[in-house]
Design a protein around this ligand. Structure first.
Ligand code: NA7
Length: 541
């Protein structure tokens, strides 16, 4: 064993840090990955671009940012002590507390000394001579690692729209995912928000409370659903702590790793009265029950979906006073749940405020950003602040933007030009010892992040036991998986509109459903099965 371990640390070179495993990113995945590696005695470090831990919960500090999963279903499950120590304040916890939680975990498990902050990766190149990865940060720091684990998240590479004149604006402008650490004061300011995705829908009601005037530039209306968040009372806190095992067991069984699961009935097989009563019932519940707790066939049948979509449209209309405005906020040309369903708190009522207006940029597109504000086809809107809530180059963006080059010198960007190719979402051929625990499984994020990071730790442990130094997926396994993954989405509602799920929010990106869509339980079974079969689909050296 001692001898095998030796193989992981090559000669110490003073100028290049030598690591067994280099984890990129100190978000939810990276933190737990580091913990797991250190537990196994592996010399590991995280390189993190930010100055603190948190990943998504570090960068997305815009007003209103919060979980849409129940806080206790998003929590790490690996430590009972942690579960019992940490008190969630809200059922759907806000960004400041989420960031505190991830800092707490980092310090509790003494991970901070093994995190290099302000270390944005410039290049990650496989060195054929050493069989290791050469890593360099933008500030010139260098490391050599046997394994690289790209825990870069799925919503990290932000999408700034390519609007002419974007740099000419004289006021302040922010992308929601690069929000300043100091609170931004909107008092008496004329603020414009571009975008109405899940982010904007959290942000808009908060900004509206403060701004002098808020103009929302909407291209596509959303089926947003009420979050129904609440503070956690003391007696509830105890119940939450007492039922963690149950909560996680439940999440383990559901398609999306959430506490809610689809109803096995078809929306089409019940009477209209039963259907309407069921829609009302789930609508009254908190969280994602209104999506993942609905009749199962809303995600596969246009007819079933349309029944629910119409119910949701009615709910939106009821909340907006101005009927003409309400119609602009009601989606009519794509199915419910085809885009990620935004969860909201007072979103629709925000449009009843005197200081808020909606600019329909589908009708009258944005032509340019000017020094004074936003110019659409028929007007110029003068603004003091522009907020770009324009989303992300999701799932693949961070990997394809980074200069990661495998055995033959090809970059991931080049290799994935026609869509991502992986085996089990976790490796791509010709990139030996590179793991991607990135959450490309349609799943409540932490639930699947734990599965895949544990699988990676076990795999490295297995290699250590067997004396292997290199693991690589085969092209055959990758081809079969990619074909299998792509075939799963046929007929799914997700494919019926453009969204970050489909990669189609990014010009030039291949249009395909980017998540593995067999469900979290199937993914977990696959991980266990592959490990049990001595890592079937991978070869070792
Ligand atoms: P999304 O869901 O991708 O939303 C981005 C929004 O920005 C969406 O409304 C877009 O309209 C709009 N957008 C993007 N570019 C433009 C331009 N050029 N002009 C006008 N409007 C534009 O990103 P979010 O950050 O809200 O959410 C991402 C995920 O983060 C979310 O699902 C959660 O899981 C957390 P479009 O719909 O394309 O017409």
């Amino acid at each position: 064993m001692a001898q095998a371990q030796q193989k992981f640390s090559s000669d110490v070179n003073a100028e290049v840090e030598q690591l067994d495993a280099l984890v990129i990113g100190a978000g939810v995945t990276g933190i737990y990955q580091l913990y797991g590696l250190l537990q196994k005695g592996i010399n590991a470090k995280i390189f993190e671009a930010g100055s603190g831990v948190g990943g998504t919960w570090y960068w997305n500090r815009y007003p209103g940012a919060r979980f849409d999963s129940e806080s206790y279903s998003y929590a790490y499950s690996f430590s009972d002590e942690l579960l019992q120590e940490w008190n969630w304040k809200e059922h759907y916890s806000g960004q400041p507390e989420n960031e505190q939680y991830l800092n707490y975990v980092t310090d509790k498990f003494k991970l901070r000394p093994n995190i290099r902050f302000n270390a944005r990766i410039k290049s990650v190149h496989f060195n054929n001579a050493s069989g290791r990865w050469d890593v360099e940060t933008e500030d010139g720091y260098r490391a050599s690692a046997q394994f690289v684990i790209a825990a870069v998240g799925i919503l990290s590479a932000n999408n700034m729209p390519n609007i002419p004149g974007i740099d000419s604006f004289k006021g302040d402008s922010f992308h929601t995912s690069r929000w300043p650490k100091e609170a931004v004061d909107f008092t008496n300011k004329r603020v414009g928000v571009i975008g109405t995705g899940a982010t904007a829908i959290q942000l808009i009601p908060e900004v509206a409370k403060q701004a002098g005037h808020l103009a929302v530039f909407q291209r596509t209306p959303q089926y947003a659903a009420p979050l129904r968040n609440a503070l956690i009372a003391d007696d509830e806190q105890q119940k939450i702590k007492d039922s963690y095992a149950e909560t996680f067991a439940k999440c383990d069984k559901t398609f999306g790793g959430f506490m809610h699961d689809f109803d096995p009935r078809s929306a089409l097989e019940v009477t209209p009265e039963v259907r309407e009563a069921f829609f009302e019932e789930i609508w009254a519940q908190p969280g994602f029950s209104k999506w993942f707790g609905c009749f199962h066939d809303i995600m596969t049948s246009n007819e079933a979906n349309e029944l629910y979509a119409e119910f949701v449209r009615k709910k939106i209309r009821e909340r907006v006073n101005d009927k003409e405005l309400a119609e602009k906020l009601v989606p009519k040309d794509y199915p419910f749940g085809a885009k990620r369903v935004p969860m909201e708190t007072g979103y629709y009522e925000t449009y009843n405020r005197d200081n808020v207006s909606l600019v329909d940029v589908h009708e009258s597109p944005i032509i340019s950003i000017t020094p004074k504000g936003v110019k659409t086809a028929d007007a110029e809107y003068e603004l003091d602040v522009i907020i770009y809530a324009t989303g992300f180059d999701a799932i693949t963006g961070e990997l394809t933007r980074m200069d990661i080059r495998g055995r033959g010198g090809e970059s991931i960007k080049e290799k994935w030009a026609d869509g991502p190719r992986t085996y089990m979402t976790v490796q791509t051929a010709d990139f030996p010892n590179l793991f991607i625990p990135g959450g490309a499984v349609f799943c409540n994020f932490t639930r699947c992040a734990e599965v895949i990071t544990e699988w990676i730790c076990d795999c490295i442990d297995y290699m250590r036991d067997k004396g292997h130094t290199l693991i690589e997926t085969t092209v055959e396994a990758e081809d079969a998986w990619t074909e299998h993954a792509n075939s799963l989405t046929e007929g799914m509602i997700f494919t019926k509109t453009d969204s970050w799920f489909m990669g189609s929010n990014i010009p030039g990106k291949k249009r395909q459903f980017l998540f593995y869509a067999a469900g979290a339980p199937a993914f977990r079974d696959k991980c266990a099965d592959v490990a049990a079969k001595d890592y079937e689909g991978f070869v070792f050296k």
